[in-house]
Write a protein that binds this ligand. Structure first.
Ligand SMILES: NC(=O)c1ccc[n+]([C@@H]2O[C@H](COP(=O)([O-])OP(=O)(O)OC[C@H]3O[C@@H](n4cnc5c(N)ncnc54)[C@H](OP(=O)(O)O)[C@@H]3O)[C@@H](O)[C@H]2O)c1
Length: 260
């Protein structure tokens, strides 16, 4: 028996749902915010600044997730704007590339990376968890990163922070399952975004490859698009994903399983 209203018409799937997308001003976060808006959600997105592709239909909340105070403020202000929360997408993240190796990463850079790529998700989650507990079908997606180990020491701080995010997500999924709050990880591979492109520019130069040569190494032979990652996030936070929690879902053109 099909218990879903319609698997074919997804255009109102998120009607009445309230979502917070961190790092939603560009790249993958902007695509996620737009995808949720397109299916009827009310969306608050947050970043330090607007960009050209920041979705106009969302409420923009300016905030820096690099500190405890900034992350907590983002959570509180999002709840005030939406009057509750059903969907949290902890997407903000990124890294600088440190050459020639991890010895070039200063202590301050380690702290900054842990703050942005790991603790921001922890802090925002706890700032909104009370509201998620009150929602009927709440869901969290944490955006991680794959293929970072093969990049070696140049992004060791980023790889370590994302590994912490993965383990936190699994602990939280187990803890919150009895409350019917689902927690999943989405791990993009090489996706064309302003942040992803900037990092790859430095890395490919350092290893003597062109970007095209790097992308040709992916099993599906091309980089990903932000909307392809957004589609996975939308599936997981939708009613179609209601029996899925605690997993890491790769959207990476086959890289992690077939190459990495
Ligand atoms: N693109 C890829 O190839 C790739 C691969 C693996 C994983 N990922 C992950 O996917 C997520 C999105 O990456 P992306 O490629 O879309 O990056 P992006 O193009 O650099 O976008 C990052 C977003 O996060 C925001 N942000 C950055 N630092 C912030 C801070 N301190 N406080 C608040 N917001 C901040 C940015 O806005 P502001 O700068 O204006 O604040 C922007 O909205 C990240 O978690 C990244 O690690 C991406």
């Amino acid at each position: 028996m099909n218990t879903f209203p319609s698997k074919l018409d997804l255009s109102t799937e998120f009607a009445g749902r309230r979502a917070l997308v961190t790092g939603g001003s560009r790249g993958i976060g902007a695509a996620v915010a737009q995808r949720l808006l397109d299916a009827g959600a009310r969306v608050v997105l947050t970043a330090r600044s607007r960009h050209a592709d920041t979705p106009a239909g969302a409420t923009f909340l300016e905030g820096d997730l690099g500190s405890e105070a900034g992350a907590k403020a983002v959570g509180a202000q999002a709840l005030a704007a939406l009057g509750g929360l059903d969907i949290l997408v902890n997407n903000a993240g990124g890294t600088r590339v440190h050459l020639p190796n991890s010895e070039a990463i200063s202590d301050a850079e380690w702290v900054d990376s842990l703050n942005l790529n790991f603790l921001a998700a922890v802090r925002v989650t706890y700032a909104v968890l009370g509201a998620l507990r009150e929602a009927t079908s709440a869901s969290i997606v944490n955006v991680s990163a794959g293929g970072v180990l093969p990049m070696g020491g140049a992004v060791a701080h980023y790889a370590a922070a994302k590994a912490a995010l993965n383990n936190f997500s699994r602990s939280l999924a187990k803890e919150l399952a009895p409350a019917r709050i689902r927690v999943n990880i989405v791990t993009p591979g090489a996706v064309i975004t302003p942040g992803g492109d900037a990092g790859r520019e430095v890395l490919t130069k350092a290893i003597g490859l062109t970007k095209e040569q790097l992308f040709a190494r992916l099993p599906l032979g091309r980089p990903g698009r932000a909307d392809e990652v957004a589609e996975m996030v939308a599936f997981l936070v939708s009613p179609r994903g209601e029996w899925i929690t605690g997993h890491n879902h790769y959207v990476d053109g086959g890289y992690a399983e077939l190459v990495g």
